[in-house]
Design a protein around this ligand. Structure first.
Ligand SMILES: [Zn+2]
Length: 113
């Protein structure tokens, strides 16, 4: 149910924002979701219909793009996308790195009329 809370949060952010611009309907919401954010895009899609029902976002198209996980390695200085092995630096095989991208999720843009 964690995604329902997220979807409601997104709508609570988006709806008052677009209403400032005199719109009556949200057509499309584009989200970016990090691969390590813990948010499951499939669940977001599923709950979006429920959360949007009866709001100006009802029937809006939801697009979700994933954000790859990036790291900065303290051992070799690698700064880039994390490989398939999620706990090793793809460059030196070390484990001493910091995740710089991929834990976040945000609203990329909204189309409304
Ligand atoms: Zn490294």
């Amino acid at each position: 149910m964690h995604e329902l809370v997220i979807v409601e949060g997104i709508l609570e952010t988006v709806i008052p924002e677009v209403q400032k611009h005199n719109v009556s309907k949200i057509l499309k919401i584009r989200l970016k979701i990090g691969d390590l954010s813990g948010v499951v895009p499939r669940c977001v899609h599923e709950y979006f219909g429920i959360a949007a029902a009866g709001t100006i976002a009802e029937g809006a198209k939801l697009e979700i793009e994933s954000i790859p996980v990036r790291i900065r390695c303290s051992t070799c200085g690698y700064d880039g996308v994390l490989g398939k092995v999620r706990y090793l630096c793809p460059s030196c095989g070390g484990t001493d790195f910091r995740i710089t991208q991929g834990k976040e999720y945000y609203i990329e843009n909204v189309e409304a009329e």
